[in-house]
Design a protein around this ligand. Structure first.
Ligand code: SAH
Length: 217
């Protein structure tokens, strides 16, 4: 990460504090903690909010969408890493691009889709400025996944709803799907592993993501 990405002394210190907090909250994977330390979250939010970038809270990113809480980003990244070596990862819901940037530090290649054109354009600019050249972002409805690049070692969905069946077909053997699943009146963050024709489902906790919607905007 270059200094031009906005990492000053103050943000370095606050970022270090964030890592301490993530550790205290139970994030153990050192690669994930390093990735969280490397990505300047303030570069992924509006300048007016950058002083709040290292709070452990979700923040608005425009068009009614939010950048996820750092703990949730770390937790989802840690769950994705359980698949082992991550060659290709797919994210549905680019939003600010922050989660994709974190994933880009633990995976060879990250493919990410966003249904809102303006958010996709801004995220691409941020990836470029941050010198992240292993992320491919597309303005498209992610409900169909990204068949041309499948199979993926991990698929991370960052908007809540019913789990799109087609994504299961795009998971590699041993791959992991991490997603906020709508269950009755709440969302559960689930981690589903494909192993030998079987599916293992683990619930990581209750979460509150913006909805997974159909079509592009
Ligand atoms: N991962 C993001 C969080 C974004 S919030 C970050 O790190 O900032 C979820 C995003 O999912 C929103 O931007 C929303 O527009 C997008 N989204 C919702 N449904 C979608 C769909 N079907 N395909 C692609 N993106 C979708």
């Amino acid at each position: 990460m270059t200094p031009s990405a906005g990492s000053g002394m103050t943000s370095d210190t606050t970022r270090a504090r964030l890592i301490d907090r993530l550790r205290a909250q139970g994030i153990q994977n050192e690669h994930v903690l390093e990735a969280m330390a490397s990505v300047p979250r303030h570069a992924f939010v509006d300048e007016a909010l950058s002083s709040r970038a290292y709070e452990n809270s979700a923040l608005p990113i425009g068009r009614g969408q939010t950048i996820s809480q750092p703990y949730i980003v770390a937790l989802m990244t840690e769950a994705a890493c359980a698949a082992g070596h991550l060659n290709k990862v797919l994210e549905i819901g680019t939003g600010s691009g922050y989660q994709a940037a974190v994933l880009a530090h633990v995976a060879q290649k990250v493919f990410t889709t966003e249904r809102i054109g303006e958010l996709c354009r801004l995220a691409k600019q941020r990836f470029h400025r941050a010198g992240l050249h292993n992320i491919w972002a597309r303005h498209q409805d992610g409900l169909g996944g990204w068949p041309a690049q499948a199979p993926f070692d991990a698929i991370v969905v960052t908007a809540g709803g019913a789990l799109p069946e087609v994504l299961f077909d795009q998971l590699a053997e041993g791959g992991v799907l991490v997603a906020p699943e709508q269950v009755n009146d709440h969302q559960e963050l689930v981690c589903i592993t494909r192993s030998g024709g079987q599916w293992q489902r683990r619930v990581l906790g209750e979460v509150s993501f913006v909805p997974l919607l159909e079509g592009v905007a």
